[in-house]
Unconditional design. Structure first.
Length: 194
């Protein structure tokens, strides 16, 4: 996707995770910056979120954080970003992240990351956007989720063309390869009502 200027990164805020996930977050943030791609994310300074943001900043990249007031007040916002937007709700945060991104990368994370992942996948299935989505299955982290999606399809609860909905990459270099070959959105200047 040659016109890619910004990528929304969904990932965990926990630091109590294996180094392989931390390394992937660092490599993604660094790789985005070195390619001149702005990182859009949830605005936190902890866990994979903070690692990816710090790596992008260290490599000279632009990083846009969008954080709700109730999280910001807990003093976990990242104060060294290119832009930090403090918003009124999680819903506003997620909408702004979608509006400011040309594509989405889902790194390992917890329930919040899973919520964001399913929402962005559902919105694409409902044709509310047609931006590329890459699931970064680092060290097989998302394998159970991918199996669950296959199970939903097999049981008739979902009728999706998985290759049209998202791609899966097992390491960060493959994330960038998937983004490079992803088709550009058909109508990037005509956002739908989210």
């Amino acid at each position: 996707m040659k016109s890619l200027s910004s990528v929304c990164v969904y990932c965990g805020a926990s630091s109590r995770v294996a180094d392989v996930y931390k390394e992937a977050a660092h490599a993604l943030g660094d790789g985005l910056a070195r390619r001149g791609i702005r990182m859009v994310y949830g605005g936190g300074r902890v866990g994979l979120m903070g690692i990816a943001a710090d790596a992008a900043i260290a490599a000279g990249g632009e990083v846009v954080g969008i954080i709700p007031e109730h999280i910001q007040s807990a003093e976990i916002e990242h104060t060294g970003l290119t832009e930090l937007h403090v918003v009124d709700s999680m819903h506003t945060r997620k909408r702004m992240m979608v509006e400011r991104a040309d594509a989405f990368v889902i790194l390992p994370g917890g329930l919040g990351t899973l919520d964001e992942a399913f929402e962005i996948l559902t919105w694409k299935q409902l044709q509310l956007h047609d931006k590329p989505i890459v699931i970064a299955d680092v060290d097989g982290y998302w394998r159970p989720l991918l199996g669950l999606i296959d199970h939903m399809v097999a049981q008739g609860f979902a009728r999706i063309d998985r290759s049209a909905l998202y791609s899966v990459a097992d390491h960060v270099d493959a994330v960038f390869e998937a983004l490079e070959v992803a088709p550009a959105p058909a109508h990037p200047d005509q956002p739908k009502k989210l």
